[in-house]
Design a protein around this ligand. Structure first.
Ligand SMILES: Nc1ncnc2c1ncn2[C@@H]1O[C@H](COP(=O)(O)OP(=O)(O)OP(=O)(O)O)[C@@H](O)[C@H]1O
Ligand SMILES: [Mg+2]
Length: 277
């Protein structure tokens, strides 16, 4: 019998687990993107989902946020079903998508007012938080600029701000540091740590090993839609039997890309040869 989630509304909100993913499968037509993935994120945890391009990270995050239906398996967010309880879950969730989508003609001010209104925020709280976040991410000069005239990094900052503004207990962030300048990414990292200190939970994907190493309480490395390693960075070091291994080394080891990297570099060097001019 299929384990596909049934369509009934879930029960009450559970605060003991933020996210529970069990035997998740996602196929796009006959292409398997996620192949039996299970993991859990508890309040107070930053769970970093790492994996090579095409491993299934974005697909998994979209399913947890309720933007995509799973093919099979079970997903719950605070004990609720992301598909059936989408409205309740959205109010407890801040999501930064892989590809930022803003409204070209709306300024940052208008966009954040729009975000606050659909989240039914008290306008004064929304206004105060928007101002502080705008200041923190150094966006004051762009407050009234339409989105179409903003740089990619500035748009990314707005996506981050709109995920944080309603102070949700759960953040789901798909490569949140992508395109952020050094100062902003430092501010975001520190804010994420503060979010955790206050009992929040974070599930995020990143290709930046330094970020994962610095802020994750646990890491799940996926490859071709399957979990290949999971634990604290310390536990993963023990797994690969290398006390001083960096997360980059662990990653390449468990995704079996270590030898491939050395070979590829050699092949490229041979193909390019010495520079002639
Ligand atoms: N809409 C889609 N239709 C068909 N295949 C898709 C679709 N979206 C993703 N895929 C495929 O599913 C697999 C997982 O993609 P996904 O975007 O989840 O990977 P990812 O781990 O986020 O990769 P990246 O690090 O490049 O962001 C890939 O093979 C991808 O080509
Ligand atoms: Mg992705």
């Amino acid at each position: 019998m299929s384990k596909k989630q049934d369509r009934k509304a879930s029960g009450p909100i559970s605060t003991s687990t933020a996210i529970k993913v069990e035997d998740l499968v996602k196929n796009y037509g006959d292409k398997a993107a996620v192949r039996g993935l299970s993991f859990e994120v508890k309040p107070g945890e930053v769970y970093g989902l790492l994996g090579p391009n095409g491993a299934g990270k974005t697909t998994t995050l979209k399913i947890v946020t309720g933007l995509l239906d799973p093919t099979d398996g079970n997903v719950s967010v605070f004990g609720l079903n992301p598909v059936n309880d989408a409205v309740r879950i959205k109010s407890m969730l801040g999501y930064v998508p892989e590809t930022v989508q803003l409204y070209d003609s709306l300024s940052i001010r208008e966009f954040l007012q729009f975000v606050a209104s659909i989240r039914r925020m008290d306008p004064q709280t929304a206004n105060t938080r928007a101002k502080e976040l705008i200041k923190a991410f150094d966006l004051e000069k762009y407050f009234d600029t339409p989105a179409m005239a903003l740089s990619a990094g500035t748009k990314q900052k707005i996506a981050v701000i709109s995920a944080l503004i309603h102070n949700p207990p759960l953040l789901i962030l798909d490569e949140p540091m992508s395109g952020l300048d050094v100062r902003s990414s430092r501010i975001l990292k520190d804010h994420l740590t503060y979010h955790i200190k206050r009992g929040g939970a974070i599930l995020f994907s990143t290709h930046i090993m330094e970020v994962a190493e610095r802020i994750c309480t646990r890491v799940g490395i996926i490859n071709q839609g399957k979990l290949v390693a999971e634990g604290t960075v310390k536990e993963l070091r023990e797994l690969v039997h290398e006390a001083g291994a960096s997360l980059e080394e662990i990653f390449l080891h468990v995704t079996a890309e270590e030898e491939g990297v050395a070979d590829t570099i050699k092949v490229l060097e041979e193909a390019f040869g010495e520079r002639e001019v």
